[in-house]
Design a protein around this ligand. Structure first.
Ligand SMILES: Nc1ncnc2c1ncn2[C@@H]1O[C@H](COP(=O)(O)OP(=O)(O)OP(=O)(O)O)[C@@H](O)[C@H]1O
Ligand SMILES: [Mg+2]
Length: 112
């Protein structure tokens, strides 16, 4: 199993979520986060001065999925979240040892 953690633009989140639901992946945890990447936030010019907007609001989506579903989900997020401009976000993929569904005590992929 893998955890997919995607950080996307706020205004792309609904499109990403709806597309993931459409292709059959409803399980997700969503958090409002702040961060910056390579550009360290946007630097804005106003009246000749430079203003640094430090941390930008983004939406973080976490999903734990079977290995075989990772590529499908990554492609879906790429399609919906990409504008082509800086700040589109990032997808981090890591391994998950186990999952337990509390109601039934099922384990592993059966519990996803
Ligand atoms: N290396 C990282 N580790 C953790 N979070 C990151 C990392 N890089 C980016 N993020 C998160 O992703 C958000 C979006 O990053 P962003 O898309 O600006 O990345 P980037 O590497 O600067 O790419 P781009 O050049 O396309 O802007 C950041 O606001 C931050 O929350
Ligand atoms: Mg950036």
């Amino acid at each position: 199993m893998k955890k997919i953690m995607a950080i996307v633009r706020e205004d792309r989140f609904t499109m990403v979520k709806d597309a993931l639901l459409d292709i059959g992946y409803p399980g997700m945890t969503v958090t409002e986060v702040k961060g910056h990447g390579n550009q360290k936030g946007i630097t804005e010019q106003w009246r000749g001065r430079t203003y640094k907007t430090d941390l930008l609001k983004k939406i973080q989506i976490e999903m734990v999925v079977a290995d075989k579903d990772v590529e499908n989900i990554v492609q879906c997020i790429l399609k919906e979240a990409k504008t082509g401009s800086i700040g589109d976000g990032k997808i981090f993929i890591s391994s998950i040892d186990n999952v337990v569904r509390i109601r039934t005590a099922e384990r592993g992929e059966a519990a996803i």
